[in-house]
Design a protein around this ligand. Structure first.
Ligand code: FES
Length: 166
């Protein structure tokens, strides 16, 4: 029963997004972005619905979803952490920040914590080299990091995440 309800919710959500974008194929990227914003990733079922409703092949929806790095086909955490390992950040200890976050969250790069709170990713440059080492969490920049500062920031997000869950 519960699974059925989830499916209905999912279908309703996708339908309402398709409606906003007039069921137009040319809006496929915007539709996928909006769906991802709702679910934090692109569940397979949503892509099936989109293909069906837009009358395009599922493979075409997949091609777009896998081409752009912004899309994730795997569940992601509430907070997506991107630690910069570009040259400017690397020379200022970016790698140490990655290791610290890995240790704190007990996950590797590309993984999500079991409680679905955090996903860890790395990037080559965040365009804020003067602030290195830098990490971005859900679009929020945190610069001039030390391992201690990174730990404190993670703790703040943990607390914030718990508040919104509770
Ligand atoms: S190299 Fe890290 S922000 Fe540019």
């Amino acid at each position: 029963m519960k699974g059925q309800k989830k499916e209905v919710d999912l279908k309703d959500t996708v339908e309402s997004i398709l409606k906003i974008y007039n069921y137009e194929k040319k809006n496929l990227i915007s539709i996928l972005l909006a769906v991802q914003e709702k679910f934090n990733y692109l569940p397979k079922e949503t892509m099936v619905i989109i293909a069906d409703e837009l009358k395009i092949r599922l493979i075409d929806v997949y091609s777009v979803a896998t081409f752009y790095k912004v899309f994730s086909l795997k569940p992601r955490g509430k907070y997506v952490i991107n630690v910069c390992i570009g040259t400017a950040c690397h020379v200022r200890g970016g790698r140490k920040i990655v290791e610290k976050v890995q240790k704190e969250l007990e996950i590797d790069v590309g993984e999500t914590t079991e409680d679905k709170m955090f996903t860890l990713e790395t990037v080559r440059c965040l365009g804020a080299c003067a602030l290195g080492p830098v990490m971005v969490i859900n679009g929020e920049y945190h610069g001039q990091l030390s391992t201690q500062k990174a730990e404190n920031i993670l703790n703040q997000y943990r607390a914030k995440g718990q508040e919104t869950i509770g």
